[in-house]
Design a protein around this ligand. Sequence first.
Ligand SMILES: Nc1ncnc2c1ncn2[C@@H]1O[C@H](COP(=O)(O)OP(=O)(O)OP(=O)(O)O)[C@@H](O)[C@H]1O
Length: 360
Amino acid sequence: MTLQIRARAQRGDFTLAINDSLPTEGITALYGRSGCGKTTLLRLIAGLERTRDAEVRFRDQLWQSGRKRLPLSRRRLGLVFQESSLLPHLSVEANLRYGYQRTPPDQRRLHPERVYRLLDLDSLTRQPVNTLSGGQRQRVALGRALLASPQLMLLDEPLSALDTTAKREILPFLADLPESTGVPILLVTHSAREVEQLADHVAFMDQGRLERTETLREALIRPDSPLFSDEGPAAVLQGQLTSTGNGEWQFITRGGEGRPPVPFQVSGHSSHQTSLHRLRILASDVSLATREPVGISIRNRMPVRIERIEEADEHRCTITCRLDDGQILLSRITRASVRELELETGQTVVALVKSAVLME
Ligand SMILES: Nc1ncnc2c1ncn2[C@@H]1O[C@H](COP(=O)(O)OP(=O)(O)OP(=O)(O)O)[C@@H](O)[C@H]1O
């Protein structure tokens, strides 16, 4: 089930040339540098960008074929942009109900009580719009879009105007939406952290073209991943957070295909108790040992299987390791260590994780 796009559009010196499919489940991030055409593509999907040379098909519905274009209202989309376009003369409640009231009753699948609960909006409904904080405004904008019972949400940099605190407040709500509502999200962003935190799939865009679309896991095991920053490669693990009862928290990875989960000790925890979390581990924070070490302060130690050894630069290697639960952990160690320990693919070693940061 995909969103298929074939399009060519000229905007000044810029050419958009797409012939690809995007997933229509979970969150798909459209990621790329400023000016690579993310917004133009999103607008084309919405039917707001006018070009005759395009065919857009969402699942079994033809949204555009050349000059024939289904209007925005009939595509049943939820749109949220960087600056939320709430109607300032209406209350929060009236803004929220705006799309709901315009949706034919037989198409309403998401109702106010449920959406208010999902986005924690109850306490805001009586407030005038101009008293909301940036994060609250975007939560209301998400709620308003959802209440039109869309079949796809198109979000264009919805967090980029928010400060760090507001971003932290809204991220867990956003991350949960596809699962809790069944509505897939296409999210335009140029923030690698947002991709790591939210995306199930990533579509990499460059100079008007979609270079490749892959799962987040695939995107994070490429040593040259465009998502990696100056900090170098990182793994992002998915799992659940549970309290160990003595004030400490454990992150239990999500064991796949009948595989056992792997526990990690973590110090911070989210105030928004969602069931699913992501843990980010820099490759430079993971060392490898051929035997279980004793008398060592590192608490997160676990067996892993070496899947690949790649030379990262003159001195260092990136080692791709598989955890027992099937997820990937990356380790960056020196070439000298690889030689001394005689590491090779297929070998089982102990990963020592110095630092694991819970993404909130
Ligand atoms: N109507 C237009 N006329 C001329 N150039 C245009 C027009 N619309 C878009 N462009 C150009 O097309 C390119 C892609 O713009 P677009 O806004 O889609 O990029 P983007 O990846 O979303 O960027 P950002 O992350 O900065 O929002 C840019 O170089 C922009 O200047």
